[in-house]
Design a protein around this ligand. Sequence first.
Ligand code: FAD
Length: 306
Amino acid sequence: MSQYRFSRRTENGAKLRVSFEFFPPKTDAMEERLWETVTRLGPLEPAFVSVTYGAGGSTRERTARTVRRILEETPLTAAAHLTCVDADREAVDTVIGEFAEMGVKRFVALRGDPAEGVGAAYRPHPGGYTNGAELVEALARRGDFDISVSAYPEKHPESPDFATDIEMLKRKVDNGATRAITQFFFDNDVYERYVERARRAGIYIPIVPGILPIHNFAQMVRFAGGCGAHVPAWLAERFEGLEDDPVTHQLVAAAVAAEQVLDLIERGVEDFHFYTMNRADLPFAICHLIGIRPSAERSNARPAAA
Ligand code: FAD
């Protein structure tokens, strides 16, 4: 008789922590979908939810609006992403002040990608913060914020080698970052090796795996190409022939993400950050599998202010 695998014990849910990432919606229809997603995932009591910031501050207003709505209408803790792209220090500091004023205590601090798109050479604004580490320093100077930063298990495409990449992460930690969230990846050995490298370099903050449930395989491949995430051949084979079969695609995507998360739990990981793409179904299913269930007592929605 085989024993339960550690990851199959649903009481694990009690000690596992999740966070969910959203992007600010562009249209009313997208806003409605995001809100359905927040309403479904909120009762899972994530450690926090985060809202991304578009290139060059292109979503500044929408990011702020989304964060504000989460803070005002739900009991969730909201983290605002912030980048250094195409903005001088004063402009970035102003945005930090605006978020702080609305009650934001958590940030995900990033350098960002060039406004022309991923792959174009990054040129820091002449009067701006040049990278994630400088932005972390600016945030830490301005308040007692919880600051997350990025980490790249397969190294950032601009890093010439792992040593340079880890060195940048170390600078961010030295400047006040308290958590790193990884770029998505599909090979858990790669993640584990990266964490070992970071620990050897004296980095002891949590390095939370970023999990991307694959809603659309072709789109994910395009995205992965830009951010240096490797798409293994076995993964491509699993989605082969499912372009016009959304139901099977969805089932396979759930199986792939579940397999990855359960394996990470076996390896001792207790925190997960989900790139939700503003969709609840896959993250909700994976959370259910690992024992994270909606709280019976807490409802996501607060009564609207009179
Ligand atoms: P940094 O940490 O400053 O640098 C990344 C790496 O690039 C470093 O490891 C460093 O070694 C290398 N590097 C940088 N500059 C140089 C140089 N001059 N020479 C050599 N090596 C160099 N993007 C958005 O626009 N909005 C978001 O909301 C957003 N959220 C994200 C959330 C997460 C969890 C992650 C992982 C990424 C996110 N991104 C977002 C993408 C991110 O902006 C890009 O990956 C960007 O290219 C790098 O930003 P960074 O903060 O990681 O950069």
